[in-house]
Design a protein around this ligand. Structure first.
Ligand SMILES: *[C@@H]1O[C@H](CO)[C@@H](O)[C@H](O)[C@H]1NC(C)=O
Ligand SMILES: *[C@@H]1O[C@H](CO)[C@@H](O)[C@H](O)[C@H]1NC(C)=O
Length: 343
C-alpha cells in the first residue's frame, strides 16, 4: 500500500514538476519500485477516476496562420469567421504542440521553414492550445479530445462553408499530447463527414495513460487515410506499440542515439535526458520534411530482427516523413547521434 502511494506520488510529481528542482533524495527510493517510469504510471488507473477535463472553448485556442514563405508575420485566424483568410485552392498544414508548450515552441518555427522549402505557397496553421496544454498533465490529457474536436470543427467548417476540398488539408502534425489531439480531430471529421482527412503525422505521440485506453479514445489507424507515427521514446513518454497505418521506430523507438540513458528517478535527468529522446521525434521530422528521401527505413517484424537478423526483414524500404507514402507496417532505421540525423 505504501509503495503504491509512493508510486502515485512520483508519477504525479514527475509530470507536474518537471520544471523544478525538487531536492528530493531519490537515491533512497526502494529498489523495488525503481522500474521503468512508464510502467509505474501506466499501472495506476486510479488517477483517471476523479479527474475531469476543462470546458474547452474555441476562444481559448489560437490559430496562427502563415500564408507563403515570404510572410514576415502570422495572421490570427478567427475560427468563427475565417472568410478573408481562406483560400480554397491552398494546401493546409496544421501543427499541434504538446504538453507545456505554446506557439513559441522552437519546432513550430523550424518545421514551418521545412514545409516552405518544399512548397512556398502553403498555408501553415500553428495551433496554440497552451491554455489547456499548460495545465497538469492529467487535466491536459483530458482536454485533448475537446481540443481535437474543435480543430476538427474548424476543418469541417472550411470544407463545408468555404468549399476547401478535404484533400487540401494535406497533413496535421502533432507532437506528444498534440499527436493525440490530431487523432481526435481526425475522429471528429470522420464522424461528421463520413470521410477521412488525408494524413496525420504523430511525432512521438503521448503514451502515458493512452496506451491502455480503448481505440476510440486514442490515436489509431482509422483517424486519417494515412496515420504516420514516429516513435522515439516509446514506453516512457511516448506511445510504444504501433498505432498508425505506418509506424517508424528510429533506433528501436525507445531511446535515441545521442541521448544518454539514465536512471529515471533523477529528476534532472528526467527533464533533460528522457525528453531528449521524446524531442528527437520533431528534430527528425524537421530534417525529413526539408530533405525528403533522407531517412530510409526498412520493414521488419521487430527491432531485434532488424539489428540481429536483417536477412529475416522484408525487402521493402520507405522514407520516414515521406508525405506521399501509403505503405503500411512497421519500419526500422538507425540515425546519427547529432544533426544531420539521417544516415
Ligand atoms: C510568444 O512570444 C511572443 C514574442 O516574444 C510573445 O509576445 C507572446 O506572448 C508569446 N506567446 C505565448 C503564448 O507565450
Ligand atoms: C542527476 O543528473 C545530473 C545531470 O546529469 C547529475 O549532475 C547529478 O549528479 C545526478 N544526480 C544523481 C543523484 O545521480
Amino acid at each position: 500500500m505504501r509503495q503504491q502511494y509512493l508510486v502515485v506520488f512520483l508519477c504525479v510529481f514527475a509530470f507536474v514538476r518537471l520544471e523544478e528542482e525538487p531536492g528530493l533524495d531519490l537515491s533512497r527510493v526502494s529498489e523495488a519500485i525503481q522500474q521503468d517510469f512508464f510502467n509505474l504510471c501506466n499501472g495506476i488507473g486510479l488517477l483517471h477516476k476523479n479527474v475531469h477535463g476543462d470546458v474547452v472553448t474555441i476562444d481559448n485556442i489560437k490559430f496562427y496562420l502563415w500564408r507563403t514563405k515570404k510572410s514576415k508575420k502570422y495572421t490570427i485566424l478567427d475560427p468563427r469567421n475565417p472568410t478573408k483568410l481562406i483560400n480554397k485552392k491552398a494546401q493546409y498544414v496544421f501543427f499541434v504542440h504538446g504538453w507545456l508548450e505554446n506557439v513559441n515552441t522552437s519546432w513550430y518555427n523550424n518545421l514551418k521553414h521545412s514545409f516552405f522549402e518544399i512548397n512556398p505557397e502553403l498555408y501553415v496553421i500553428q495551433v496554440d492550445w497552451s491554455e489547456y496544454a499548460g495545465k497538469d498533465y492529467i487535466i491536459a490529457l483530458y482536454d485533448t479530445r475537446e481540443v481535437g474536436n474543435l480543430i476538427g470543427k474548424l476543418i469541417i467548417n472550411l470544407h463545408q462553408t468555404y468549399s476547401v476540398p478535404l484533400d487540401n488539408f494535406m497533413v496535421l502534425v502533432g507532437h506528444s499530447l498534440g499527436g493525440q489531439v490530431c487523432g481526435f480531430a481526425g475522429k471528429h471529421i470522420k464522424k461528421y463527414l463520413g470521410k477521412k482527412i488525408p494524413r496525420i503525422v504523430a511525432l512521438d505521440p503521448a503514451g502515458v495513460f493512452f496506451e491502455d485506453a480503448p481505440e476510440s479514445e486514442k490515436l489509431n489507424p482509422e483517424d486519417a487515410s494515412v496515420v504516420e507515427v514516429i516513435h522515439t521514446s516509446g514506453g516512457r513518454i511516448g506511445y510504444k506499440e504501433p498505432c498508425g497505418t505506418i509506424d517508424f521506430f528510429p533506433n528501436g523507438g525507445s531511446w535515441q542515439a545521442g541521448c544518454i540513458k539514465e536512471a529515471i528517478f533523477n529528476m534532472t535527468d528526467l527533464k533533460t535526458k528522457v525528453s531528449c529522446s521524446h524531442f528527437r521525434s520533431w528534430r527528425f521530422y524537421i530534417e525529413a520534411v526539408a530533405n525528403p528521401q533522407s531517412f530510409r527505413a526498412r520493414k521488419c517484424k521487430s527491432w531485434e530482427d532488424y539489428t540481429k537478423k536483417p536477412d529475416s526483414c522484408e525487402d521493402d524500404y520507405e522514407t520516414m516523413g515521406d508525405l506521399h507514402t501509403h505503405k503500411r507496417g512497421k519500419y526500422y532505421l538507425i540515425t546519427n547521434e547529432n544533426p544531420p540525423f539521417s544516415q
